[in-house]
Design a protein around this ligand. Sequence first.
Ligand SMILES: *Cc1c(COP(=O)(O)O)cnc(C)c1O
Length: 466
Amino acid sequence: MKYVSTRGQAPELDFSGVLLAGLAEDGGLYMPQSWPVFSKEELRALRGLPYAELAARVIAPFVGDCIPFKELQAMCRRAYAGFGHAATVPLVQLGTSIFALELFHGPTLAFKDLALQLAGHLFEYVLAQKGERVRIVGATSGDTGSAAIEAMAGRANIDITILHPEGRTSEVQRRQMTTVTAKNVLNIAVKGNFDDCQDLVKAMFGDAPFRKEMGLSAVNSINWARIAGQIPYYVASALALGAPDREVAVCVPTGNFGNVLAAWVAKQMGLPIAKFIVASNCNDILTRFLNANDMSVRTVAESYSPSMDIGVSSNFERLLYAFVGSNAEETAAIMADFRVSGKMAVPEAAWRAVKCEFVGFTLDDPGTLAEIARTYRESGYLADPHTAVGLAAVRDCAPVGLPVIVAATAHPAKFPDAIEKAVGFRPALPPRLADLYERDEIFTRAPNDLAHIEGLVRAFAHRNMT
Ligand SMILES: *Cc1c(COP(=O)(O)O)cnc(C)c1O
């Protein structure tokens, strides 16, 4: 399998190449040159397989001949062995045709574990093969950092440094990062906000000599391996509801558009998904786009669903590329103009085509609390604030007569404050995390200063080399 950049000016790479590269050199995102398609017969044959086995078979065509199938199978088994549910991604019925696809049984209680746990093994394997070492550096406001740390902790040939804004993440989120004691993990609490952390990371990547000296790498949501690791759960859940012999709809609480893009890729592979419901909080750039072709940037507002607080959905570029007929030149021009103008000029024909499959929905904070309360009252089900946005979207815009799969992206115990406001009590952490508040924390405090932070990363790297 070959991968090409959405902007057409970067070298074609194989799976190992895109895994390590993340973003393409020309600023574009890597896409497979063609979609692997499963026949109905092949899809039916996946029914009832253990999740890790199904995941290996669905991901295999994207990996191509970079990794032998037996190795990939073993990596999938190891990646999902630590999940807190025997089904890995159980499907829970909430109404006649509404099903919550629980993606939060991994170590950090959010869906990012599904892709990142596997990515940890993929990185380790590919680095050993190439005899290389990487230093992953990232900034987090909460969820991504903990999932990346859990995925990379203890993996050979990888160091990971995560910057978080001191005192500005929730206690659960901070502890999920700072209580990981593996020696290749460095947590830095920066005096500043999330944007300061992100600027520091960008500046480290922009410092070419430092970047080269350290072998910096990233595992952010534009990495194709992240998308690939999110496709199997759509296949598993749709098969459970009757696909490929019955159409389904999918509803995804969305921020960077990575999770919903994975569902769309599953459709390209042969899964009959008739509709994609894109659920957003008050940061509604995608809803404005779908309703009125208005993809214009506004300031990001804080909400009860912080992992969806985004100004621009970076993975949308992949859908844009596909809907302008895989025309990289046109995609590059649209993105260059977007960067300058802050409004994406999506061609009318492409917008109309997207609208045939995708529908947008927005919910504010009071609506989110009301939805949590209502779902709890009607089904006894406790949805986290992100999932609640999806559930409200289904009520509002689900097509009649189709089973709808709603991605339940986080465990309610990750957001106890919002849950308490909605239903009057704080949800308990699952047993395997019950002692999180008693565990020792290890982190380094640092000023918002690039030279200082680079010094910490360098000292950490040298310590781990010896
Ligand atoms: C990251 C995240 C999202 C948004 O996913 P995208 O792939 O960025 O659209 C939604 N919910 C939770 C809990 C998340 O952590």
